[in-house]
Design a protein around this ligand. Structure first.
Ligand code: CP
Length: 316
C-alpha cells in the first residue's frame, strides 16, 4: 500500500476486516516490522483520538514516531503557489514537504477542509502535495474530504457488534453550532457502500453528500422513517456540500438530535459517533451513556485500523 485515502486502497474489504480482527487479537505480533522505520504524523488541526491511536499503532509495529504540530512551533506555512510571501508565513509547503520526507519512512497528514474554496478542499490539495512531493507513502488522518481511518474503525466495530448477517446501518445528520467538514460522513458512506450492510442516509434537504461518496445509498429525508428497523445509528453533523451553500449551516433543527424516543424506533440499535461529540446537540446524555452506545469501542478500534494501514505500508 502506497497511499491510504479511501476504501479501495484496502482492496478486498472482507479480508481487510479479517486482518484487523487478527491484529486486534495479537497487536504485538508484528513488532519487528517497523524496526528502524519512522512514522511522521503531521497535524494542521487538533486531534485527540487520531494522534494517540496512530502513535500507538506505529509503536505496536516497532516504529519510531515523530509528531509535528504545524501550528505550534513550526514556521507558519504558505500553501498557495504564486503568493508573494511578504506576510507572516515564512516557509512554503512546497519546500517543507520534501524536507519532512527526508526524515521519515511514512507520513500521516491531518488537514481539515477550509470552506474557502470547494475545489481546493475536494481536490485534496494539501494531502496530494504530500503524496506527490514527499517521496514517501502517505495516509490521510482526516483530510479535506475524507477520514478513512475513522471509517475503517467504524466498519470493524460494526463487524464486531452486528447481531444479524446484513445489518441496517443509518447515517443520520444531527445539529451542531458550528460548520463541520463532510470528511467523516463521506468516508463512512464510502465504506458502507462497499460493505455487506443495508445503508441509509438521513438528513434535512440541502445536506446531501457529494455523489461520489453517497453513490447509490438510499437517502431518506424523514429521520423517523429511516430509523425504523435500524441496527446501527451513526450520528454526525456536517455542513452543506451543494453549491451555492458549500460549507454553510442550513439548519440547527434540534428535532434531529438523537434521543431515546428516536432510538426506540430502531431494532434496539447500537449508537455510534466518531467523537468528539457535543452532548445534547447531536444526541442526549442518555443515548451516549446507554449500554447500546459504542462510541468508546469505535474510538479504541482507531488503533487497529491505523495498525492495519501502517502494517500494509511497511509490508510493501
Ligand atoms: N474521531 C477523530 O478523528 O477524533 P480526533 O479529531 O480527536 O482525532
Amino acid at each position: 500500500m502506497r497511499t491510504f485515502t479511501n476504501v479501495k486502497d484496502l482492496g478486498n474489504l472482507k479480508a481487510a476486516v479479517a486482518e484487523a480482527l487478527e491484529v486486534k487479537k495479537n497487536r504485538y505480533a508484528y513488532k519487528n516490522l517497523g524496526e528502524n522505520k519512522t512514522a511522521l504524523l503531521v497535524f494542521f488541526n487538533n486531534s485527540l483520538r487520531t494522534r494517540l491511536s496512530t502513535q500507538k499503532a506505529a509503536m505496536n509495529l516497532g516504529m519510531n514516531v515523530m509528531v509535528l504540530d504545524v501550528n505550534q512551533g513550526a514556521w507558519k506555512l504558505e500553501t498557495e503557489r504564486g503568493v508573494v510571501m511578504d506576510g507572516d508565513k515564512s516557509e512554503h509547503l512546497l519546500e517543507a514537504i520534501p524536507v519532512m520526507g527526508n526524515f521519515c519512512d511514512v507520513i500521516g497528514v491531518r488537514s481539515f477542509a477550509r470552506f474557502e474554496d470547494k475545489d481546493f478542499d475536494y481536490q485534496e490539495t494539501i494531502l496530494n502535495q504530500f503524496i506527490h512531493l514527499s517521496g514517501r507513502p502517505v495516509f490521510s488522518m482526516e483530510s479535506g474530504t475524507v477520514h478513512p481511518l475513522q471509517a475503517f474503525a467504524d466498519l470493524i466495530t460494526i463487524e464486531e457488534y452486528k447481531e444479524r448477517e446484513r445489518p441496517k446501518v443509518v447515517l443520520t445528520w444531527a445539529p451542531h453550532p458550528r460548520a463541520l467538514p463532510q470528511a467523516v460522513p463521506n468516508s463512512f458512506a464510502d465504506f458502507m457502500n462497499e460493505a455487506d450492510v443495508e445503508f441509509v442516509i438521513t438528513c434535512p434537504k440541502g445536506y446531501e453528500l457529494a455523489p461520489q461518496f453517497a453513490r447509490n445509498a438510499r437517502v431518506e429525508y424523514d429521520q423517523d422513517k429511516a430509523f425504523e428497523g435500524a441496527d446501527f445509528i451513526y450520528a454526525k453533523n456536517w455542513s452543506a456540500y451543494a453549491d451555492p451553500n458549500y460549507g454553510k449551516i442550513l439548519s440547527k433543527d434540534m428535532s434531529w438530535m438523537v434521543t431515546e424516543e428516536k432510538m426506540a424506533l430502531t431494532n434496539n440499535a447500537h449508537f455510534m459517533h466518531c467523537l468528539p461529540v457535543r452532548r445534547n446537540m447531536i444526541m442526549t446524555d442518555d443515548v451516549i451513556e446507554s449500554e447500546r452506545s459504542l462510541v468508546i469501542q469505535e474510538a479504541a478500534n482507531r488503533e487497529i485500523s491505523a495498525q492495519v494501514v501502517l502494517k500494509r505500508i511497511l509490508e510493501d
